[in-house]
Design a protein around this ligand. Sequence first.
Ligand code: GLN
Length: 202
Amino acid sequence: MSVGGPGGGAASVGRPHAPLVGVLAIQGGVDEHVRALERCGAVTRRVRTIAGLDGLDGLVLPGGESTTMTIVMDREGLTDPLRAFLRSGKPVLATCAGLILLDREHLDVVPMTCARNAFGRQTRSFEADLDVDGLDAAFPTVFIRAPQVVEHDPSVAVTARVEGAVVGIRRGPVEGWAFHPELSGDDRIHARFVERVRATLA
Ligand code: GLN
């Protein structure tokens, strides 16, 4: 769908091509991210193989089960290529299990440590309106067996907290959320992400 060619073609004048955003599709809540990204003007690709990373402008790591994702990624030989992509400087949005995958003990993309299922068994799923850095009104969050960021390097910016616990981070082009913005019926986090991806296109 790209116009291609040096300088682009007449068709692209004033209308840059839509950003191509991958969603890691090993396991978990893939479809909701795909729909939210497409509502925000991105072209999407479900990424299951190394080749699926080729040519992406940005990547989403969805929620699900980080243990399962880790096992399948290793089995498919995806761990190293995925880590390389996540460290490449392209925009990344990670949610819940995806946030866990970014930490020191998993793909080591963001210098932080996550605690899994950190809200305890009684309150493992809940909703809350949270102040999110950069959004002008509270964001309706959905937490499902969510992690917390329990330790991070000073280079990691905290972008959301719930009862003092860190549930949103940003470090350069990588943003991560312990909740599920794709389930909240509010596209502001995805829209801002797609704009970030768009801004990286020539
Ligand atoms: N509890 C899951 C894990 O540890 C994350 C839950 C989610 O992604 N909704 O991987």
